[in-house]
Design a protein around this ligand. Structure first.
Ligand code: FMN
Length: 356
């Protein structure tokens, strides 16, 4: 039987699961603190990428992905939870406080997404030439919507312009001062617990259509060339605002979409170059329609890829365990600046199916 409140060990296991989240260049820019029936999630300023991500937008998307995974893990452990985004003005790096409420059995949807966590990996290899079925794409759009974001499938014409923007962005970034040195710092052949290892980089697209980021730039070995799918399925994840809370929301939606895709046996590649160059990001953005582009995703049927490294718990846990302030009542309305409880729950009942 589930205890009234989770033990520290249960919450520690949830934090461990949260560290499986994706992050920009596998920077894992998060820190956690367990205090009473709550887990704090902090951004780690020392793990920001100042050249690529001067505003910290992608850092907060990465932290948001970890927050979604934490919420999911808590739900999977049999507890309800609710999270408050940026709960303390005095502490800007405290991104969220996730309060654990009473016991609640995990739904099949929660179980499916929990099972997907260890199987979700960024896949930078060619995908099969088969289209992703519409009903599967609907599931992905629904996953984003449930976190308050919008996911749009690019029709053929905009797919070509997104790919062009991504290639253009790649060229812009390569000549940005410090970009190559920063990329080299977060990739390579040495054994480490963060960054993108060489085996995860993938080949060049022989047709030069799909712009996979060149993490192998600093390595003096030639990168192999393979034919990628000629018509990649591209999705644009957008939010209706563009402040720090929106970036955290985008990260939570991103991880929910990625896990839903994994549950559907799809492979995924975040392609963030076009949203890293402001002039090009504007072209993907429709502020009048309430859509600010936060991320481009490629989805498809790919071969299995490996697991990238993660830092151990000792490196991501803030040691001082302070008693957390009492959380809001389970059904209380969210405070201004806080995200609503409905966004903090994972309760979608998917119609069966298993994550491999
Ligand atoms: C905000 C963000 C931006 C990312 N941008 C890219 C990208 O442009 N190209 C890429 O290949 N991977 C990108 N990724 C994927 C990360 O490199 C990947 O999550 C990280 O290396 C950990 O590997 P994993 O996803 O297999 O666990 C991005 C991930 C996040 C969260």
């Amino acid at each position: 039987m589930t205890a009234i409140s989770p033990s520290r060990q249960v919450l520690t296991d949830c934090v461990r699961m949260a560290t499986a989240a994706p992050s920009l260049h596998n920077s894992q820019p998060w820190l956690f603190r367990i205090g009473g029936p709550a887990v704090e999630v902090h951004a780690d300023p020392s793990r920001r990428l100042p050249v690529l991500d001067p505003d910290g937008r992608e850092q907060l998307i990465s932290v948001g992905a970890a927050i979604f995974t934490l919420r999911l893990a808590i739900r999977g452990a049999g507890y309800r939870c609710r999270s408050a985004t940026f709960p303390d003005r005095e502490e800007p790096d405290l991104v969220a406080r996730v309060f654990v409420a009473g016991p609640a059995a995990a739904t099949p949807a929660v179980e499916a997404l929990v099972a997907a966590v260890p199987h979700r990996h960024t896949n930078r290899f060619p995908f099969a030439h088969t289209p992703v079925p519409d009903d599967v794409l609907d599931h992905l759009a629904d996953a984003a919507r449930r976190e308050g974001a919008t996911l749009t499938v690019a029709p053929p014409a905009s797919r070509e312009s997104i790919l062009r923007l991504a290639r253009e962005a790649d060229q812009w970034l390569r000549v940005r001062p410090g970009y190559r040195a920063e990329l080299a710092r977060w990739s390579g052949t040495g054994v480490r617990h963060d960054g993108v290892p060489m085996w995860a980089v993938g080949p060049w697209d022989a047709l030069e259509a799909v712009p996979i980021r060149d993490f192998a730039e600093s390595v003096p070995l030639p990168r192999p060339t393979e034919k990628f799918e000629p018509y990649p399925t591209l999705l644009v994840l957008s939010t209706d605002g563009d402040d720090r809370a929106d970036w955290v929301l985008a990260g939570q939606a991103l991880q929910r979409v990625l896990l839903t895709a994994t549950w559907q046996n799809l492979s995924t590649t975040p392609i963030s170059q076009p949203v890293e160059v402001p002039e090009l990001r504007r072209q993907l953005t429709d502020p009048a329609g309430g859509r600010i582009a936060q991320m481009v995703l490629r989805v498809g049927h790919g071969k299995a890829v490996g697991v990238t490294p993660r830092r151990g718990l000792a490196d991501v846990m803030l040691r001082r365990a302070e008693p957390a302030p009492a959380g809001p009542a389970v059904d209380a309305a969210p405070q201004p600046g806080q995200r609503a409880e409905s966004r903090a729950r994972v309760d979608r009942r998917y119609p069966g199916g298993r994550v491999q």
